[in-house]
Write a protein that binds this ligand. Structure first.
Ligand code: GLC
Length: 615
């Protein structure tokens, strides 16, 4: 056997029994399993030399993504730089942002106007023409790798677009393809599903089924009517989707974001969320990638409460995803701004900090999606905040109506039945930069910028990988132009998916501009984060009692070094008392000032990064 085949065989050997066991448990089909193994071998053989080298390098440094200098940025290719080649020409800017991981938002073939921001894929092996080609993608991944930048892409495996070849064949009545989706010729079964399955888009796309008049069938569509849910009970669906996955990683992708992962398995009389079979599938995917392309990381998109999120890491012996989004922390952060009360956030961070340090979270202030108010209402209720009225308060606050708010933004999927709504806006607009700019109020602008930078400082203090949404680094505002586009107008998420304003970005060189102040504010923090090893993902992290209800304290410790972060979530000056650390001496890393912690004033929306002097 040559060396290549030997490497593959060893890796397959390592996982074969468990993989086969799980596969047979779901599908009881050994010939399809044999086909999967053959295809894995083929994808391994097709994998480029440079990528195999990466696989080996990372095998000897499996914690590489837990480094303290990791920083991500996400963007839509067209909004950021027109097309793939444009992105390549902007890599210097990406480096200037200290970013070493880019998430290219969905770029595969999709039908214009029925794309859900690219999350309705019509062809998993074709790049949207306006963005470039597969060759451009490979060129871009190579250019990124040369600069030490990782590339992440979405793998939308829960559904295909109705324009996908399988869907088109199914629509022509071809049973083989109909069996890859969920079709019903009457309302009996769908009506039973509707009793237990919640709605994802209650306003923009109510219900979970779509009636297809031409073939007189209902089809399951959890998201938009043009996104047809795939039926993973069919092993052909699983196998083919795994081949697409391997095809894509062989283009040089480092991180696969598994879109909408909790939804991929459906069972009648359940919520069709987080079913045990979903974990079997993710575990199989992890083994498949460890066999074919072990340098690739799996990032699960699980937008759920913490108890539902954490199981997607799997166990130490049987890992599933490498990384997950820290979604509840994100939502709790905005709640804290609106209430100036850090109790919930502190409790949320305590939950996250108590998890095994191997778990890596992606931290973010906002992404391309809405902010859902998935908070711990049991806890809030005890503090006098009732769910419905509190959600109403948060939505009113961030629209700028109540609570001394300076935020601007819009509701998303306001549900007239439950009274529920989520929220959309860019970080800067939600921090007050938009309002202060419109009103030409310098004092308000000062406050807004402080809040914006403080929030980033707090996000960088958490364990895991911080990810910026492109444009946030220069304080880009909400983009209301989507309202003039009939294909987008109904979906307010487009308010925070505006095109990167490169003219505005030039201001980062002009002292005193909003762009310059935010960009350099962030840059200073990024440099500290990258140079202090206490920011590695597996450092000890805990929250600290600060003696003030609006000031959050976070401690980090790693190999003899200790940093304390203090973050004032109110616009008013506060005083912090940290009794237990009275004898220690600290240096504030941003200003370079020495500080004792016994009694410390902290300005409105101010924050400190305090490093303990070596004893
Ligand atoms: C994920 C995406 C979201 C999309 C949905 C359906 O949640 O983040 O933008 O609408 O999946 O694919």
């Amino acid at each position: 056997m040559d060396r290549e085949s030997e490497v593959f065989s060893q890796r397959l050997e390592k996982h074969h029994d468990e993989l086969r066991w799980l596969y047979m448990e779901l599908y009881d089909n050994s010939s399809m399993f044999a086909e999967l193994c053959n295809q894995m071998r083929q994808f391994y053989l097709d994998r480029k030399k440079e990528l195999k080298k990466r696989d080996e390098e990372r095998a000897s440094d499996p914690d590489w993504y837990k480094r303290n200098d990791m920083l991500g940025m996400m963007f839509y290719i067209d909004n950021f730089a027109g097309n793939m080649k444009g992105v390549e020409s902007k890599l210097d800017y990406i480096e200037k942002c200290n970013v070493n991981y880019i998430h290219l938002m969905p770029f595969l073939e999709t039908a214009e106007g029925r794309s859900d921001g690219g999350y309705a894929v019509a062809d998993f092996r074709k790049v949207q023409e306006k963005l470039g080609s597969m060759e451009d993608l490979e060129h871009l991944t190579e250019a990124c790798h040369e600069k030490g930048i990782q590339i992440c892409m979405d793998f939308v495996m829960n559904h295909t677009s109705e324009d996908h070849e399988w869907a088109r064949k199914a629509r022509q009545g071809d049973g083989e393809y109909m069996s890859r989706y969920f079709f019903y010729d009457n309302w009996d079964v769908p009506s039973q599903y509707e009793k237990t399955v919640p709605q994802v888009f209650p306003t923009t796309s109510p219900g979970n089924f779509t009636w297809l008049e031409d073939i007189k069938h209902y089809v399951l569509t959890t998201f938009y009517p043009y996104q047809w849910d795939l039926n993973y009970k069919n092993p052909r669906v699983f196998n083919e989707m795994m081949y697409h996955f391997l095809y894509l990683v062989n283009r040089g992708i480092d991180i696969i974001r598994i879109d909408a992962v909790p939804y991929i398995w459906k069972e009648l009389h359940t919520s069709c969320r987080n079913l045990p079979q979903v974990h079997t599938i993710v575990r199989m995917m992890r083994m498949i990638s460890e066999i074919v392309c072990p340098s690739v990381l799996l990032l699960g998109e699980v937008v759920m409460e913490p108890e539902k999120v954490v199981p997607y890491f799997g166990t130490v012996e049987k890992p599933e995803c490498h990384m997950l989004y820290n979604v509840t922390t994100m939502a709790a952060t905005w709640h804290t701004i609106a209430t100036r009360d850090v109790r919930l956030l502190k409790r949320q961070l305590d939950i996250v900090n108590a998890l095994p340090k191997e778990y890596v979270f992606l931290n973010y202030l906002r992404c391309h999606d809405d902010i859902g108010w998935g908070l711990d209402y049991g806890f809030l209720m005890a503090a006098g905040m009732e769910e419905r009225s509190h959600k109403q308060y948060l939505n009113d606050y961030f629209q700028g109506y109540v609570g001394g708010s300076c935020s601007r933004g819009e509701l998303y999927n306001a549900d007239p039945v439950t009274g529920d709504a989520r929220f959309c806006g860019t970080t800067a607009s939600m921090c007050g930069v938009e309002k202060a700019g419109c009103e030409q109020d310098d004092g308000a602008m000062e406050k807004a910028i402080r809040l914006d930078i403080m929030l980033h400082g707090y996000m960088f203090m958490q364990s895991g990988i911080p990810v910026l949404y492109s444009g946030d680094e220069i304080g880009q505002l909400n983009d209301y132009t989507y309202k003039n586009d009939s294909l987008k107008a109904a979906d307010s998420r487009y308010i925070h998916r505006g095109a990167m304003n490169w003219k505005q970005a030039e201001n980062i060189e002009k002292p005193g501009t909003v762009e310059e102040r935010i960009f350099h504010g962030l840059q200073a923090l990024e440099k500290i984060r990258a140079s202090e090893k206490v920011f590695v993902s597996n450092a000890d992290t805990w929250t600290i009692e600060t003696g003030d209800g609006s000031v959050l304290g976070i401690g980090r410790y790693y190999e003899g070094e200790k940093i304390i972060g203090l973050f004032n979530f109110s616009e008013f000056d506060r005083t912090v008392r940290l009794n237990e650390t009275e004898t220690e001496e600290y240096e504030e890393l941003i200003s370079g000032e020495k500080k004792g912690l016994a009694e410390m004033p902290i300005p409105g929306y101010g924050f400190y990064y305090l490093k303990m002097k070596k004893l």
